[in-house]
Design a protein around this ligand. Structure first.
Ligand SMILES: Nc1nc2c(c(=O)[nH]1)N[C@H]1C(S)=C(S)[C@@H](COP(=O)(O)OP(=O)(O)OC[C@H]3O[C@@H](n4cnc5c(=O)[nH]c(N)nc54)[C@H](O)[C@@H]3O)O[C@H]1N2
Ligand SMILES: Nc1nc2c(c(=O)[nH]1)N[C@H]1C(S)=C(S)[C@@H](COP(=O)(O)OP(=O)(O)OC[C@H]3O[C@@H](n4cnc5c(=O)[nH]c(N)nc54)[C@H](O)[C@@H]3O)O[C@H]1N2
Ligand code: SF4
Ligand SMILES: [Mo]
Length: 821
């Protein structure tokens, strides 16, 4: 039965349905899918020649048949102006997912906007401009003219530093090589914007500066390394829920081949519970450390490995820097970098010290070190894949903590080898191709604080909603709204005036402290409530889009439907902004500046791709990628031979390291000295409050729920953001399952629903991040590291009940999420 879709049968895909390659545009894994489209008035038949699967569908199909699709994989969409039937189903021939879907990807079809089935009618179809007290729908020309006129006035009367930009830097949904190039060319080539930030952090910087400074790019393995390894060492990640098919299709086979699994996470995750089932409890080690103490653990593991001689001497001698300090600690480097001996002076930590700091048993730390590095009985080295994500990236002392983890992989030579790698698991896919960002500087400006301080006059926002997802969000929202309202009031007061008079009024309000906001999104988001101009973008598959996944596998995900209404690809919106800037600046008499906005004559996203990515990678074209299908090619592409793009399975397989740009191509170790809570305010907050407010993702939700908020399948499951907590803590607070609660601290307040979880430690709750019905970011303090990396994960507050369970929360299941398979 289709979930509330009133469908009791679905059409058979006809044999001649059009077939399109699709890469799931949600998470980093980038699973391969096939989209099939065919006219409304037709469907296939049961005879093998009449259906796409080429099988006799009148016969009972076996359990794991490919000749099947779920209701969530079906919809009716527009293609070349006509309604067509659409099925988007996992591709059994894609090596990434081998036919597996996930609860997110397998809903791609039903999450398409459809005027026939009524799905995703929240999608924006036309530009909107704040006028006459409301958002008036309007044309692109009208909206872009206003954006350009206000932006041009502000950057010419002041400077480009008055334009603040928030922009995606990823692949997949809201990104890709086309769109990062479009926005990158606009802001980094035509202009030199330095007050910019990335969708997920309040500055324009790297999530993983230290590994790069050490020479090790963060996506260096192949997914099949999980199948070839002895040990999977997972830190601060919950891959079953967040990189689902990487876990199911690569890590699980590894576990079934006998690999051991070490998980470092203060919380017992569903990944741990699942790994225990596949590998056996005796092969799974959960180090449930105190929050924020990872660095001490890594240093103790490293020390134990070094002291026992389990290091890889040849690798260290040949591939790593030998003579002491290579890079001194300074403003741009929160730790010194150099040889192993050099960093051991700082990193040396005994098992006992680490056990005390981390709150785990000494013998478990020893066991972890053994599972990672103790040679096999025959003397051969152990292979270990190390993988990490937001538990330490958005964690305590980002630079040093990630550095300490990379130290272990370097010391054991587990990089660039089969069954090795030290990698980010990743969030979105990647798709970064932009002109140099060197003008931004390091440390980069802390943009949220810049805006809060009343600086900047114009704010361009591309595909992010800081209302739900930034830190210190309560304060950010208060100030952003106040500044935006000043401009709205000025526009309202100038109602009926000419365009010039309205622009004058806007600029006047900006000069008085207001902020003019342009929001490029696919829906009218929460931060979009503050916008004066809203520009409708289209998503992947409503345009062609290229991205790479967590093993650098690049694919072309093909357009199979029209953009909704008059929405456009982000790259073409950026081109529209540039063309209008050129025209307006010329009108204003700034000819030389206007000339900088030339070169955007793109008709299609492919033109943007050729202008950007292809210029740096001339072998790679749409046609060649299309021919490589859903298996694509692993970047970097090194040639084109016999009709095939030639890629790179693993980085650093020659034992040389270049991510830091050093001529000696030697990797550096990181002097990761433990210093307790690094970000300002964290230690004080922890001392002042009863609960650690861990914040996490969950399988069913994609990101800030921009498509889920209008989807009853998702909202019926979690009508309010869940706050997992120990049942005894609930008793103390007088909370029943599903009761509404609020979390309070000095930064703000947020609300959620009590979700009893027997495995949750006392005094530790886990709230889903980014919810439209309760932003966890409201209670995260503004503390960041020296390079402006936020520590979202470490936040403490008090909890009180607001209300009894609602009829909706009363109706949901509170059974344990740990399912036995
Ligand atoms: N289903 C789903 N999948 C997604 C996404 C989604 O929204 N939904 N988003 C994608 C994106 S953009 C990203 S960035 C990734 C994130 O992927 P993950 O990093 O795997 O996800 P999170 O749940 O944010 O955090 C992972 C874990 O960090 C732990 N943690 C908290 N504090 C600490 C600590 O001090 N030390 C350690 N070791 N662990 C800690 C939490 O308990 C949590 O289990 O997921 C991607 N995949
Ligand atoms: N407390 C806490 N906060 C966090 C995190 C955490 O773990 N804890 N994690 C951080 C991380 S890793 C991330 S990635 C961020 C996510 O933070 P955001 O990037 O703000 O969240 P998303 O949900 O990815 O937002 C995507 C927005 O883009 C729009 N969109 C989707 N597709 C398109 C498109 O093709 N074009 C355009 N123009 N718009 C589109 C959506 O409607 C939505 O409004 O949150 C960060 N914030
Ligand atoms: S695992 Fe990630 S890429 Fe694969 S189907 Fe799920 S959301 Fe999409
Ligand atoms: Mo992310």
């Amino acid at each position: 039965m289709a979930y509330k879709r009133q469908i009791d049968r679905l059409p058979i895909i006809p044999a001649d349905a059009k077939e399109h390659n699709v890469t799931c545009h949600y998470c980093i894994v980038g699973c391969g899918y096939k989209a099939y489209t065919w006219p409304m008035n037709r469907q296939g038949g049961t005879a093998p020649g009449e259906n796409k699967f080429g099988v006799d569908l009148s016969e009972q199909q076996y359990q794991d048949t490919e000749s099947w699709y779920a209701p969530s994989m079906y919809n009716i969409v527009k293609q070349d102006g006509k309604d067509v039937q659409l099925v988007v189903k996992p591709d059994v021939n894609c090596v990434v997912n081998s036919g597996l879907g996930s609860i997110r990807g397998a809903r791609m079809a039903e999450n398409r906007p459809s005027t026939v089935t009524g799905t995703q009618q929240q999608r924006l179809s036309d530009p909107k401009v704040w006028r006459n007290g409301v958002w008036q729908p309007t044309t692109w020309d009208d909206a872009l003219d206003l954006v350009a006129r206000v932006t041009a006035r502000v950057v010419t009367e002041g400077s480009e530093d008055d334009l603040v930009v928030s922009m995606f830097d990823h692949g997949g949904s809201a990104g890709g090589y086309e769109n990062t190039w479009g926005t990158g060319k606009l802001y980094f080539e035509s202009m030199k914007i330095k007050n910019c930030r990335i969708h997920n952090r309040p500055a324009y910087n790297s999530e993983v500066h230290s590994t790069r400074d050490m020479g090790v790019g963060e996506l260096n393995y192949a997914y099949k390394d999980y199948e070839l390894t002895d040990t999977i060492f997972m830190v601060g990640a919950n891959s079953m829920e967040t990189q689902t098919n990487l876990y199911l299709n690569h890590m699980v086979p590894g576990l079934q081949n006998g690999a051991r699994f070490i998980a470092v996470d203060p919380r017992r995750t569903l990944t741990i519970s699942s790994a225990e089932q596949f590998a056996g409890k005796e092969n799974v080690l959960h180090l449930a450390i105190n929050e924020g103490t990872d660095m001490a653990l890594f240093n103790a593991i490293l020390t134990h490995i070094v002291d026992n001689g389990w290091t890889d001497g040849d690798f260290i001698a040949n591939s790593t820097f030998q003579s002491g300090e290579a890079v001194a600690q300074d403003e741009a480097h929160p730790a010194g970098l150099g040889s192993l001996e050099y960093v051991m002076e700082t990193c040396r930590t005994s098992i006992e010290e680490a056990a005390a700091i981390c709150g785990v048993a000494a013998e478990d730390i020893v066991k972890a070190a053994e599972w990672i590095a103790k040679p096999h009985d025959d003397g051969s080295r152990r292979k270990c894949v190390t993988a990490y994500e937001k538990g330490i990236i958005w964690g305590n002392d980002n630079y040093r903590t990630i550095g300490a983890l990379v130290n272990i992989a370097l010391a054991t030579g587990n990089i660039g080898r089969e069954g090795g790698g030290i990698c980010r698991l990743g969030g979105h896919q990647e798709g970064y191709y932009r002109p140099s960002d060197a003008h931004v500087g390091r440390p980069a400006e802390y943009i949220d604080q810049f805006l809060i301080r009343g600086l900047g006059g114009v704010h361009h926002i591309w595909a992010c909603d800081h209302y739900k997802t930034t830190l210190n969000a309560s304060e950010f929202k208060r100030v952003h709204k106040r500044r935006s309202d000043m401009v709205k009031d000025a526009i309202d007061a100038a109602a009926g005036g000419t365009r010039e008079q309205v622009v004058d009024a806007i600029v006047g309000a900006i000069n008085a402290g207001g902020l003019f906001v342009v929001d490029v999104d696919i829906i009218h988001s929460q931060i979009g409530q503050n916008a004066h101009v809203i520009l409708p973008a289209c998503e992947a598959n409503e345009m062609n889009l290229t991205s790479m996944n967590g093993e650098r596998r690049m694919r072309l995900s093909e357009r199979y439907m029209d953009p909704f209404g008059n929405s456009r690809p982000d790259c073409l919106i950026a081109a529209g902004v540039a063309q209008n800037m050129e025209r307006v600046l010329r009108d204003m008499g700034h000819d030389a500046y206007a000339d900088q906005f030339k070169g955007y004559e793109w008709q299609t996203e492919e033109d943007a791709f050729m202008d950007g990515y292809n210029k740096g990678n001339p072998d790679v074209t749409y046609d060649r990628l299309r021919a490589m299908g859903n298996n694509g090619v692993q970047e970097p592409v090194v040639g084109y031979e016999n009709g095939q793009l030639v890629g790179t399975e693993r980085l650093y397989s020659d034992g040389t390291f270049d991510r830091h740009g050093r001529d000696d191509r030697k990797a550096l170790f990181c002097a990761a000295g433990w210093r307790g809570w690094q970000a300002p305010g964290k230690a004080r907050e922890k001392a002042a409050h009863k609960f650690w407010i861990n914040n996490v993702r969950a399988n069913i939700f994609w990101q800030n729920q921009f498509l889920d908020q209008e989807n009853d399948f998702v909202q019926d499951r979690f009508p309010h953001p869940f706050v997992e907590m120990n049942p005894d803590d609930m008793v103390d607070l007088g909370l029943n399952p599903g009761d509404l609660l609020e979390i309070v601290n000095d930064n703000g307040v947020t609300q959620g629903m009590a979700y009893p979880t027997a495995t949750a430690k006392r005094g530790q709750v886990a709230m889903v991040f980014g919810s439209p019905a309760g932003s966890q970011g409201n209670v995260v303090n503004p503390g960041v590291n020296e390079l402006v990396l936020p520590d979202y994960k470490h936040c403490w507050g008090d909890i009180r009940k607001i209300a009894d369970a609602t009829p909706e929360t009363r109706a949901i299941s509170f059974k344990s999420k740990e399912v036995a398979l």
